[in-house]
Write a protein that binds this ligand. Structure first.
Ligand SMILES: [Zn+2]
Ligand SMILES: [Zn+2]
Length: 122
């Protein structure tokens, strides 16, 4: 068998003439039916294979873009502050009011370089 076999392992293809299950394609560009010798061109199989992988790629892309949106968003103005993780001296900061009115604002700092986030209560 060759490398392309894995691609078709889950797909059963049938001879359009007699309906027999066709053997997996080898190095030749046609598959010959074992029963009636009808020949099917391999590009017909390849079309199915490409369609399947496009669907998988789409799912991967959606998943990845969601992850990048959640992580590493820079909010607010940039200030000179040393990141305690990577030592880069520029961070973005934004404030957020905590739920309780007794507690003051919390300042969030996000490192421009490595997206490390730290918070500080004022
Ligand atoms: Zn056949
Ligand atoms: Zn950093």
């Amino acid at each position: 068998m060759d490398i392309s076999t894995t691609c078709f392992s889950s797909v059963s293809d049938f001879c359009s003439d007699c309906g027999s299950v066709l053997p997996p394609p080898g190095i030749q560009d046609t598959v010959t039916c074992l029963r009636c010798s009808h020949r099917t061109h391999v590009t017909e199989f390849l079309g199915k294979c490409v369609q399947t992988s496009v669907v998988f790629n789409k799912l991967d892309t959606i998943k990845l873009s969601n992850e990048t949106e959640e992580a590493g968003e820079l909010k607010g103005p940039l200030i000179d502050r040393r990141c305690s993780r990577c030592g880069f001296e520029r961070m973005a900061y934004h404030t957020r009011q905590m739920r309780s009115a007794d507690e003051g604002q919390t300042v969030f700092y996000t490192c421009v370089n490595c997206r490390f986030q730290e918070k500080e209560d004022s």
